[in-house]
Design a protein around this ligand. Structure first.
Ligand code: SF4
Ligand code: SF4
Length: 331
């Protein structure tokens, strides 16, 4: 049974100018909050064409509002990276390797290109956004580390600029990794933030062994905590897949409320919720979005999470492993 707990009260109110753009439909309803039957996700935010979404006017407001010099600089650098072309698909027979050798090779290349984490999953239909085609069977998920000291400046623009920079790096790594596969005769497509592609990457990363979903709605990885961004490469190469990984983060979240208490608009729900047929931790979109928009991308919850903190996260993971070992041996 869920523990009795008073939900934190918001200590912040959004600007009327932004809320005048609110579409009158809840992002939580679009996300499928409260739905016990599985269904494919809908695009709710970060669309390439924002006017196609109910909250699209707020997405445009985000970019118009947040124009601090460090953000503008990071966006310009990312735009420059976006011009790098995807390597052409090599003609002729594709390079042959066993699925295990392909998995090892693509992971080694991903790390050589700069990814700090990498895992592989077979794409499930329920990860594909409604209305999107998915011609690919496999996803190589990439973890791109952020600088914790910069993230910890959230909600200042320096934190948002670091997010932009690392999305740019994720784009570069995913394009180059897709290009590496293409030069060997295997077609591949990069997918990267901040704009949504056809695949929702969080469930793919969980299946690919990245870690566990935290109460703050982001993945907690045993090495990176929640201090990273996701990117991916989609392809039909037959890889050996990875398995989901548990190290005790989900259980730890049940008794921790650091992110809940730190979230100014009180968007982090204290208990798991049903979302499109899965019971999981959930962030209230309608509360998070206005604050996120007014603060260049917020990220407070990711920075304060103990698993994200250098020198703390690793010790915590080791402590959880010792606790689990004691539980198994009965000591
Ligand atoms: S990003 Fe900011 S507003 Fe959103 S849940 Fe995290 S701390 Fe709260
Ligand atoms: S701050 Fe605590 S409750 Fe929130 S995600 Fe991290 S470990 Fe879980």
């Amino acid at each position: 049974m869920a523990r009795e707990r008073r939900h934190k009260v918001a200590d912040w109110t959004p600007e009327p100018e932004q809320m005048a753009l609110w579409p009158g439909v809840s992002g939580n309803a679009l996300n499928g909050l409260g739905e016990r039957a599985p269904r494919r996700p809908r695009h709710v935010y970060w669309a390439a064409e924002p006017e196609t979404l109910p909250h699209g006017a707020m997405q445009r407001w985000f970019y118009a509002r947040n124009t601090a010099p460090e953000l503008a600089q990071a966006r310009a650098e990312r735009a420059a990276l976006a011009t790098e072309p995807l390597a052409p698909l090599a003609p002729g027979p594709a390079v042959q390797r066993s699925p295990a050798d392909w998995a090892a090779a693509v992971k080694a290349e991903a790390r050589r290109l700069g990814a700090e984490a990498v895992g592989i999953a077979r794409i499930a239909p329920e990860w594909v956004f409604e209305g999107q085609a998915m011609p690919w069977r496999m996803v190589v998920v990439l973890g791109i580390a952020m600088d914790h000291a910069l993230l910890a400046t959230a909600p200042e623009p320096a934190s948002g600029a670091e997010v932009v920079r690392q999305y740019g790096r994720g784009m570069q790594v995913s394009k180059r990794l897709a290009g590496w596969l293409r030069t060997q005769g295997h077609d591949a497509e990069p997918e990267h933030g901040p704009l949504s592609g056809a695949l929702t990457l969080v469930p793919a990363a969980l299946a690919a062994g990245f870690g566990e979903l935290g109460k703050h709605g982001s993945i907690i990885n045993r090495e990176l905590g929640a201090c990273f961004r996701l990117a991916a490469v989609l392809t039909n190469v037959d890889f050996v897949e990875d398995a989901p990984e548990e190290f005790g983060a989900d259980d730890f979240c049940r008794n921790c409320r650091i992110c809940e208490d730190a979230c100014p608009p009180a968007a982090i729900l204290p208990d798991k919720q049903w979302v499109r047929g899965v019971e999981k931790w959930y962030v209230d979109f309608d509360r998070c979005l206005p604050y996120f928009n007014e603060t260049a991308g917020c990220g407070i919850c990711l920075a304060v999470c103990p698993f994200s903190r250098p020198g703390v996260g690793g010790n915590l993971v080791a402590k959880l492993a010792r606790r689990r070992a004691r539980a198994v041996t009965g000591e």
